[in-house]
Ligand binder design. Structure first.
Ligand SMILES: Nc1ncnc2c1ncn2[C@@H]1O[C@H](COP(=O)(O)OP(=O)(O)OP(=O)(O)O)[C@@H](O)[C@H]1O
Length: 344
């Protein structure tokens, strides 16, 4: 179990992480997701013990491992965590087996135990055949597997991942997601995974925390975040594609009627249709692109810095720059207030 209680971290007067309250059970796969600079890495560094919180507490199981009020934190090497970064940071002068063996040596295991564990984790990651190669003799994806093998070898209770797949190409990234989940399950450890990629977050997580400017906007299972976003930020951040948010002032009069000023209305892409001709319930945007998604077509339009997307079965042929009329459903899927809070 990992519990974060009113956790905060300030750098001078700047709050990088503020008032975070989260609890996940043992074996959970928690994903911290949010835009660049929202505080994800700072949270992970606090979990790893590389950074002391300025406020609140971090509790692993029954043990408080960091206390912001008292200003202390248990050393990274003594908190039973494994950490994998975006860069693999393998030791270039050691073989694959040597890299994975190193933390076991540090832990003081005897040679027979170490050999058995190295071959077990290399097997788990499917890289047993690479044991005697050096890091510069294997691919980026293989190097990342070695980094993960090295992390799990000493059997940490908590696995921490900081954007571990972002250096890999798109296809390998998708494969490695499945691999990582398999490894996570095989170890029985609780994992915390940082990414700015919401698709990665939604496909991997048992629990997601969406961060924005150092605060958790919403915490819950991925399906709940998509079905019932708590804030306008979450609504436009999660989902494939994310939902559309339209200020009431931009709506056609027939749809704006009855809604208070200042609110924004959420429309799901799959509830919208597109037309080459205007209708009383449509919004005119400039056609930007059409792309196939799971047997359907995703149409994107732009207007200044605003975007709308619709996912439809059929659409007229548009070329870039054409007017595309997005037909909105009679009722929005949700309503958000001026400061982004959910109204209904
Ligand atoms: N040592 C530091 N001193 C001052 N400010 C810092 C320090 N470390 C991080 N910050 C600031 O705290 C905020 C959060 O940074 P953090 O690295 O946690 O964000 P992130 O969500 O991981 O971003 P990214 O996805 O770009 O890595 C940023 O505005 C960053 O500039």
């Amino acid at each position: 179990m990992i519990r974060l209680e009113t956790l905060g971290k300030s750098f001078g007067s700047f709050d990088a992480v503020k008032d975070v309250n989260i609890e996940v059970p043992k074996g959970a796969f928690l994903v911290l997701v949010g835009p660049s600079g929202c505080g994800k890495s700072t949270m992970l560094r606090m979990l790893a013990g590389l950074e002391t919180p300025s406020a609140g507490r971090i509790v692993f199981g029954e043990d408080t491992v960091s206390d912001g009020e008292k200003g202390w934190t248990i050393d990274p090497s003594r908190r039973n965590v494994g950490l994998v970064f975006q860069s693999y940071a393998l030791w270039p002068h050691m073989t694959v087996a040597g890299n994975v063996d190193w933390p076991l040596k540090v832990k003081g295991l005897d040679k027979a135990e170490r050999q058995a564990r190295v071959s077990e984790v290399l097997g788990l990651l499917g890289i047993g055949a690479l044991a005697q190669r050096y890091p510069n003799e294997i691919s980026g994806g293989q190097q990342q597997r070695v980094a993960i093998a090295r992390m799990i070898a000493p059997k940490p209770g908590i696995l921490l991942f900081d954007e571990p797949l972002s250096n890999l190409d798109a296809k390998l990234r998708v494969e490695m997601r499945t691999e990582l989940l398999r490894v996570h399950r095989a170890t029985g450890a609780t994992s915390v995974y940082v990414t700015h990629d919401q698709v990665e977050a939604m496909t991997m997580a048992s629990h997601v925390a969406v961060l924005n400017a150092g605060r958790v906007e919403q915490f819950g299972p991925p399906a709940e975040l998509v079905a019932r976003p708590a804030t306008a930020f979450v609504a436009t951040f999660v989902g494939t594609p994310p939902a559309n948010l339209v200020p009431v002032s931009a709506l056609p009069p027939v749809l704006a009627a009855g809604h208070p000023q200042g609110v924004s209305l959420m429309y799901r892409p799959e509830d919208m249709r597109v037309s080459a001709q205007p209708t009383p319930d449509s919004l005119a945007f400039e056609f930007a692109e059409a792309s196939p998604v799971a047997g359907r077509i995703m149409i994107t339009g732009t207007s200044g810095d605003r975007r709308l997307t619709a996912v439809v079965d059929q659409a007229p042929h548009f070329t870039v720059g054409d007017s595309v009329h997005f037909i909105l459903p009679p009722s929005p899927a949700a309503l958000f207030g001026a400061t982004g809070e959910r109204l209904q």
